[in-house]
Design a binder for this molecule. Structure first.
Ligand SMILES: Cc1ncc(COP(=O)(O)O)c(C=O)c1O
Length: 382
């Protein structure tokens, strides 16, 4: 089989072998329902609580502040809708940004139909929100500020510590979607004044279909799913023990060494592409303000889709925009928010590496990318 070159790790990642091995027995041996009182149930319950404790510790939360969900999408829906229903009609205003993941933006659009008012903050050309604009947007009706931590398309990392501090001072709740930044940056919910935070497993070499919402103790939130009262009566449904155990295992495995390695390779790829291919621009922030695995580039006068399909034929897998919206031909809302024209947005591609990506993989990508760009520019009508 021809080697595959996977550069779409912001869409999803390969499950770490040690995780796949660890969770096997939770399908076939430790398969009890964590709510059952007999031994089989209680051994599953122990695994569930141990996993909760590992994830809580990783972000400096308390064990009972972590609620497992079926995905990052569900956790984001739960945070926004759950808080809306526990605050409406006294308060109905949410502040978010123009560069959120679709599962935040589409939840906000739905909430607008239920009576919510939403402010969508602008970002600058690197993707950062303006704290003064955020402060000015807070009104007596505001109950929530929701700002993505590490952006899934452009990799920009917001200063959530400053945002958290401001929200606490103003008495509004602060939620952050940390699906892309979890284990790739330091997160301390107490130090950063985070009230709610969305996490998931499949972006960090864990299984798909498992996420978590950190909810600071004492916050009133209406559940999305009603049923048997699982997860502190906040998220009914029999817990996905293999997924949850896998989530915790991958959090334990994550290391600073891997972040350092990815950062180095990210910068190597960026530097080589910018210096060896003409008319290319990096979208998003630089250095430590950018996710260690994210590269987003605009190749002027070529369709990103065309680059993607040429590389695909060489078994090199990159993406244009976010995986969740790449079925649409609309230019990326994130790139438009940075100030790119629709043409520039459609000329952009996203390359996301992982701890498994090697320098040899990167060299092959760059070689094929150079050939592809040269060819496409030659036939381009622009
Ligand atoms: C920033 C961000 N939030 C939320 C999600 C949704 O997560 P999930 O695929 O677990 O529903 C994703 C994944 O695409 C993401 O990148």
């Amino acid at each position: 089989m021809k080697k595959e070159y996977y550069f779409d790790n912001a869409a999803t990642t390969k499950v770490e072998e040690r995780v796949a091995k660890t969770i096997q027995k939770y399908f076939t041996e430790v398969y009890g329902n964590a709510s059952s009182l007999h031994f089989k149930g209680q051994e599953a319950k122990r695994a569930l609580e141990e996993a909760r404790s590992i994830i809580a510790k990783a972000v400096n939360a308390k064990q009972n502040e972590i609620v497992f969900t079926g995905s990052g999408t569900e956790a984001n829906n739960f945070a926004l809708k759950g808080l809306f229903f526990s605050n409406y009609p006294e308060k109905n205003h949410i502040i978010t940004t123009k560069i959120e993941h679709d599962c935040i933006l589409n939840t906000c659009k739905w909430l607008e139909k239920q009576g919510a008012e939403i402010t969508y903050l602008d970002v600058d050309e690197k993707g950062f929100i303006d704290l003064k604009e955020l402060e000015k947007s807070i009104t007596p009706k505001t109950f929530l500020v929701s700002v993505i931590h590490g952006n899934n398309e452009i990799g920009t990392i917001q200063d959530i510590e400053k945002i958290g501090k401001l929200c606490r001072k103003k008495g509004v709740l602060f939620h952050t979607d940390a699906c892309q930044s979890f284990t790739k940056t330091n997160i301390d919910v107490k130090k950063m004044n985070i009230d709610l935070m969305t996490l998931n497993a499949h972006k960090i070499h864990g299984p798909k279909g498992v996420g978590a919402l950190y909810i600071r103790s004492g916050i009133k939130i209406t559940p999305l799913l009603h049923g048997g009262g699982h997860e502190f009566k906040l998220r009914s449904s029999t817990e996905n023990i293999p997924g949850i155990v896998g989530f915790a295992k991958v959090v334990q495995i994550a290391s600073k060494k891997d972040i350092k390695k990815m950062k180095k390779l990210r910068d190597y790829i960026i530097e080589r592409i910018l210096s060896e291919i003409e008319n290319v621009k990096l979208n998003g922030a630089e250095g430590d303000s950018r996710l260690c695995n994210n590269i987003n580039l605009c190749f002027h006068n070529i369709e990103g889709e065309a680059i993607g399909s040429f590389l695909n034929s060489k078994k090199i897998f990159i993406s244009t925009g976010s995986a969740c919206s790449s079925h649409s031909l609309e230019p990326s809302h994130v790139l438009l928010a940075l100030g790119l024209s629709p043409l520039e947005a459609n000329s952009s591609i996203r390359i996301t590496i992982s701890k498994y990506t090697t320098k040899e993989d990167a060299d092959y990508l760059i070689k094929e990318l150079k050939k592809t760009v040269t060819y496409l520019r030659k036939i381009s009508p622009f």
